[in-house]
Ligand binder design. Structure first.
Ligand code: ADP
Ligand code: MG
Length: 607
């Protein structure tokens, strides 16, 4: 600011100096003019004076007037002379006083000019001083900026280095994570652990608690379950009057509310490869009503409407996708060396219904069946319908038929909640040539030819002799064929469990209340079975419920079991979610011993 004010005032004063100098010049010019005029007047006077004198002299010497005006002329001449002298003196006086005044003015102006000069000098000195200071400041600022730029460059280089090392560390971390996952998977295989994946569904409009105050609604629909990372779920537990506590649970995989059906299936797909490698596989969705079990297992369509339409394909759940994948994998096997059957069973109010059984008119009708334990200690449902299917569409067509019969009943929690457990079983029977059993087929073509020739007759005979009973393996045709051939059955069980729910919250009464208590009882029976296996008790209470009896081989036997834990994220369902997470945690701890592979021939190299 200061230098600017200095600059302004110095320019004002310089202007003032210029004005005064101008005025001084004008005055001096005026003096010169006046002096010139004076000189001219002097000259004129000098020229005129002799003439006047001569005239006066002529007058005075004229004979006519001489006598008349002699006295007068003499008086005039002296008067003229006097006047002239007086005039001369006056002029002199006037001139000298004007000159004096001018001199005084000039003197004053010169003084002003001098003081102005000194002031201007001061100003310019001040200006110089200030510009110097400013220059120093600018130089210092430039230097500072340069230093800052250098520092910035250093930081940029450091940031780049850090980014690079971060990337390296991230890559290493990812690699280690993969390794850890692989090791963890091997450990799971060795211990026969149950894999537990946990999916948190998004908050949905029906999560708002209708009929409650706004505050209550807000707290009810508040999100409390989060995926902390892809293996940890974090739940904020808060009770009125208590500080909220964060609880975490670890699972093999945790999906956040944005993860797609694709992502869910990507983690399930390796199990299907295991299925084709000779392992039994069971995928079971567990969770409270409305937590997304049916969405995860079937897709968002209402039950009974599954189809491979392109626009909805991305929304399809595990069951249709798994079927597609199984048939894709099977298509790589020699044709005729396998066949696929499907059965659809519902457990409703502790009763088993065969959803593919046909009545005498051939119409599909759910027929009640029973579950028994075979001599080998396996569970079996005598007379259960197994339909042979050639492809995924046929499979889904049958599942859809079965789903139409599935009992649903609207509750307050969720208008389409299924009130029964659904068990879809896909059985692959693979025919293997007896002599080749366990021998490495070096030549893919030979193996295929042998398989094709030998299995074709066998499978044909088997198919011609279609039986609805699962115990048909001991039929005479099969016995005759098994002299040369062996069949290996592997089973994929896909289970959409009914949801557990608090009776008070769901608002059910009457028959629905009875359903709920059956559902809750069967689910606690499942938890009891897991507890007994985990504790390695001699007696496992499979028979306490039809559900556990039916799933005995998958839960306690030789199947690779994946529990897909479904969680509603809202505060409203906190109690149920905690119960489900507790179930999942217990399930993870179950060690069933190494999962056995079915007695398969060693796969050919090409596979
Ligand atoms: P459950 O079978 O556990 O009772 P549903 O699968 O029927 O629950 O899901 C309840 C509702 O929530 C359905 O309308 C379903 O479409 C929806 N839903 C569930 N999970 C998701 C999800 N991950 N994304 C979008 N909507 C979902
Ligand atoms: Mg459901």
């Amino acid at each position: 600011m200061r230098p600017r004010r200095g600059l302004d005032s110095s320019s004002v004063w310089a202007q003032r100096v210029r004005q005064l100098e101008q005025r001084l010049r004008t005055k001096e010019e005026r003096i010169v003019v006046l002096e010139t005029e004076n000189a001219v007047l002097h000259l004129k006077l000098a020229e005129t004076f002799p003439y006047i004198l001569e005239t006066v002299m002529n007058f005075s010497t004229s004979p006519v007037f001489f006598s008349l005006y002699q006295g007068l002329a003499g008086r005039c001449t002296s008067e003229v002379l006097q006047l002239y002298a007086a005039h001369g003196q006056q002029m002199k006086f006037q001139r000298s006083s004007a000159v004096t005044q001018l001199h005084v003015a000039i003197k004053r102006l010169k003084q002003d000019l001098k003081s102005l000069h000194s002031f201007a000098l001061e100003l310019s000195k001040d200006f110089q001083r200030q510009s110097k200071t400013c220059l120093y400041q600018v130089l210092a600022a430039v230097q500072g900026i340069q230093l800052q730029n250098e520092a910035m460059q250093m930081f940029q280089i450091k940031a780049f280095d850090l980014e690079q090392s971060l990337q390296e560390v991230t890559e290493r971390y990812e690699k280690e994570k993969q390794k850890r996952k692989a090791l963890h998977n091997s450990l799971i295989e060795l211990r026969g652990n149950i894999r537990v994946h946990c999916r948190i569904r998004p908050l949905l409009p029906f999560d708002d608690a209708a009929g409650h105050s706004q505050d209550r609604q807000r707290s009810f629909s508040e999100k409390v379950a989060y995926a902390a990372d892809d293996e940890t779920i974090l739940v904020k537990c808060s009770r009125p009057g208590h500080a909220s506590v964060n609880k975490t649970f670890q699972f093999e995989r945790v999906y956040n509310d944005l993860e797609s059906q694709d992502a869910i299936f990507a983690d399930v797909a390796p199990l299907l490869t295991s299925l084709l490698d000779g392992y039994n596989v069971c995928i079971m969705a567990y969770g409270q009503t409305g937590s997304g079990k049916t969405y995860t297992m079937l897709g968002p369509q209402l039950e009974g409407n599954l189809a491979f339409t392109t626009e909805e394909e991305s929304e399809l759940g595990i069951i249709p996708r798994a079927t597609q994948e199984v048939f894709r994998l099977l298509s790589e096997k020699p044709p005729g060396s396998y066949w696929v059957e499907v059965s659809v069973v519902e457990v409703y109010n502790n009763e088993i219904f065969d959803l593919l059984a046909k009545d005498s008119c051939g119409k599909v009708f759910g027929i009640k069946r029973d579950v028994v334990t075979t001599r080998e200690g396996k569970s079996d449902v005598p007379l259960l319908t197994h339909e042979t299917v050639e492809n995924a569409s046929e499979f889904l067509h049958l599942v859809n038929k079965g789903l139409h019969l599935r009992v649903t009943h609207p509750t307050l929690v969720h208008a389409h909640s299924s009130r029964s457990h659904l068990v879809v079983t896909l059985t692959i029977t693979t025919v293997v040539f007896g002599d080749n059993f366990g021998i490495l087929w070096e030549d893919e073509q030979t193996s295929q030819r042998i398989n094709k020739e030998a299995s074709f007759t066998f499978t044909q005979k088997m198919r011609d002799n279609k039986s609805t009973s699962s115990s048909r393996a001991s039929s005479p045709v099969q016995l005759e064929a098994t002299e040369k051939m062996k069949q290996v059955k592997t089973r994929l069980q896909l289970v959409d469990l009914a949801g557990s729910e608090c009776v008070g919250m769901s608002g059910v009464t009457g028959a629905a209340l009875r359903e709920t208590s059956f559902i809750n009882r069967s689910l606690s029976a499942l938890a009891d079975v897991l507890g007994a296996i985990a504790e390695q008790r001699a007696h496992i209470p499979y028979r306490n419920s039809k559900l556990t009896h039916l799933l005995q081989d998958s839960v306690g036997g030789d199947a690779k079991l994946l529990v897909m834990l479904c969680i509603s994220p809202g505060q409203k369902y906190l109690t149920e979610s905690m119960q489900s997470l507790g179930f999942g945690t217990r399930a993870r701890q179950v060690q069933r011993g190494q999962v056995k592979k079915k007695n398969f021939p060693v796969p050919s190299k090409g596979k």
